[in-house]
Design a protein around this ligand. Structure first.
Ligand SMILES: [Zn+2]
Length: 233
């Protein structure tokens, strides 16, 4: 096995683990912090989402409350933005940031933003990949079947690729959110900083997820190469 891959793996492992934990803590701490700060103009999450849609000339998207904590999402099938209890009718800095971000996703679908179309297109393959990659890899290892192992790695790689495509989608949604928050002056300058902190913490979790997935892929490739080497000997 090439020494190089091994070194890259072990050197990258700890920082990526730390980054993942840090991002998770940062998301909840920044959301909790800015959920306690009411915004000056009394803009609720639902109002902010509506403002983003209107700024982009979109009128057919539904905005509804949903249960759960940080469960906010946009559902393209029903063309509905679901906002959680602490976002929907709360006039806080965090609520405006999160709701505007979800509306950003709705805008992406409405304008046919490329990466979100790609993400939708590869979703079924990714679902299949995440369900069966582990099975194929485990069986490949147990049965010493390198071809099955290779199939497993390819399936796993589809999930890594999905996370790669997720990055521009998430950054772009936040960019659209910030654009309206600033442009329509939903939040004052001080509050805008808070909303940006919440959104960049969320973005960091996607970066951490991608790096973790890439590292796992590297690990599989190392194992695969190691087995190939042993066979040749
Ligand atoms: Zn998002």
């Amino acid at each position: 096995m090439p020494f190089y891959y091994d070194t890259v793996y072990w050197v990258a492992l700890i920082p990526i683990l730390i980054l993942s934990v840090y991002a998770q803590i940062k998301v909840s701490s920044s959301f909790n912090r800015y959920s306690r700060i009411r915004n000056q103009r009394n803009i609720t999450g639902a109002m902010a989402a509506d403002a983003v849609l209107r700024a982009h000339g979109i009128r057919d998207v539904i905005i509804r409350p949903c249960r759960g904590h940080l469960s906010d999402h946009y559902d393209p099938r029903s063309n509905t933005i679901f906002l959680s209890e602490s976002v929907f009718d709360q006039a806080t800095v965090a609520a405006v940031g999160v709701a505007a971000h979800e509306a950003g996703h709705a805008v992406q679908y409405a304008v046919g933003y490329g990466p979100i179309k790609l993400r939708m297109a590869i979703l079924p393959v990714t679902r299949f990949g995440s369900q069966f990659s582990f099975l194929a890899i485990a069986l490949g290892l147990i049965l010493e079947a390198q071809s099955l192992f290779a199939v497993g790695i390819i399936l796993f790689a589809t999930t890594t690729f999905f996370q790669l495509v997720t990055l521009p989608v998430e950054f772009n949604a936040s960019g659209r959110a910030i654009g309206t928050i600033e442009g329509a002056y939903l939040l004052n300058e001080e509050e805008q900083k808070g909303a940006k902190k919440v959104l960049s913490a969320a973005a960091l979790t996607y970066v951490a997820a991608l790096l973790t997935s890439m590292l796992q892929l590297l690990r599989y490739l190392m194992l695969f190469a190691g087995r190939n080497d042993r066979r040749r000997r």
